[in-house]
Design a protein around this ligand. Structure first.
Ligand SMILES: C[S@@+](CC[C@H](N)C(=O)[O-])C[C@H]1O[C@@H](n2cnc3c(N)ncnc32)[C@H](O)[C@@H]1O
Length: 345
């Protein structure tokens, strides 16, 4: 969702904002800012309009004015569906939250659900479900069957489609009703439910008492900074010996987690392995690979498979041969190298 899609409730203000958008798209940010401010004079309580003004100021390099606009958004809204707080923290004007507001993520993916599969897979070379499945095969074997699989942040079901034939029960949970509706259309899940997996998600209640053989979170942890709670919750969903398969965006060496300009979070490998140890997961695989494009850039991610230890003892073992490093750019596929700018989320 972009903020200019929401109406101010004032026709004239909407028209000015529409012109502002056209100027911005044409590269004239000065005119865009001027027109957006005129729109906001007519509709001073229009939170989406202030958010958009912040984006124009940011693009024009005026972070102080951008921050003022985003502060105004926060003052006008009870729930930050625009992610204005995240924007503000990137300017250094506020602390970085350990997770984005759920309402922001929900609105973001509700807005993308109709074009998610084409935009992500075809335009951005998104390949996490495919690569995660390949890594699961490498650990469990290509013939392995899973009695129960839980797909956390299942989205439109791109991972579910790949694992369906390997399991007799497949649960999917997601924040976004729009994404869940698309997943339901595919008809591959035995049960779908709306849930915030970061807050108060009671796996027992939601998914039944039977523990899973495989829990997956494909391109979901980029919407969390601090992963302690969510990895602990995922580990609790597993039976001893069960597998947790997830991806993250790869962060700079030494950093635990970092909010990026894309408003997604990146994570460090050492942080991931420490958290897995804390929650009784043995690292079976941790591979650094290109996972999709963002504009002209290739995003590298960590694809991780952990195995829940039997019993209560928590001491992770990471076999050195299970860790694979950054690939040589020469080895990237054409898809991963990118053929032109495209952007989503
Ligand atoms: C990039 S999509 C990936 C979807 C799917 N797993 C795939 O690989 O195609 C991220 C998904 O995570 C969901 N998500 C993000 N934060 C969440 C949360 N706290 N609780 C539940 N779902 C969440 C989003 O709604 C979105 O559908």
């Amino acid at each position: 969702m972009t903020s200019h899609q929401l109406s101010s409730g004032d026709l004239l203000a909407d028209r000015r904002a529409q012109y502002a958008l056209q100027y911005a798209e044409g590269g004239d940010l000065g005119a865009a800012i001027e027109l957006q401010m005129q729109a906001l004079e007519l509709a001073p309580d229009w939170a989406a309009g202030w958010h958009q003004l912040g984006i124009y100021h940011e693009k024009a390099g005026d972070l102080a004015s951008a921050s003022d606009a985003w502060r105004r958004v926060l003052a006008l809204t009870q729930t930050d569906i625009f992610g204005a707080g995240l924007k503000l923290s990137l300017t250094g004007q506020a602390e970085t939250p350990p997770a984005p507001p759920s309402e922001y993520v929900e609105a973001l993916f509700d807005g993308y659900s109709d074009r998610f599969d084409t935009a992500l897979v075809e335009d951005l070379g998104y390949c996490v479900p495919e690569r995660l499945t390949a890594l699961i095969d490498a650990v469990a074997g290509t013939e392995a069957q899973f009695a129960k699989v839980i797909d956390l942040g299942c989205g439109t079901g791109l991972f579910g489609e790949r694992i369906r034939l390997r399991t007799s029960w497949l649960d999917g949970y997601d924040l976004s009703r729009g994404m869940l509706a698309k997943a339901a259309d595919k008809g591959v899940y035995d049960h779908l439910g709306q849930a915030d997996i970061g807050m108060g998600f009671d796996p027992g209640e939601a998914s039944g008492a039977i523990k899973a053989d495989l829990v997956a979170a494909s391109d979901v942890f980029a919407y969390f900074g601090d992963l302690d709670g969510v990895i602990g919750m995922a580990a609790n969903l597993l039976r001893p010996g069960g597998l947790l398969a997830f991806s993250c965006e790869a962060g700079p060496e030494g950093a635990d987690w970092l909010l990026q300009a894309s408003l997604r979070y990146s994570h460090g490998a050492a942080y991931l392995t420490a958290l897995m140890a804390r929650h009784g997961l043995i690292v079976e695989r941790l591979a650094r690979e290109p996972i999709r494009r963002d504009g002209a850039d290739t995003i590298e991610g960590f694809l991780v498979i952990g195995r829940r230890q039997a019993g209560d003892s928590v001491s992770a073992a990471v076999a050195p041969d299970r860790l694979t490093g950054s690939p040589d750019p020469a080895d990237l596929t054409d898809d991963a190298k990118g053929s032109g700018p495209a952007r989503l989320m």
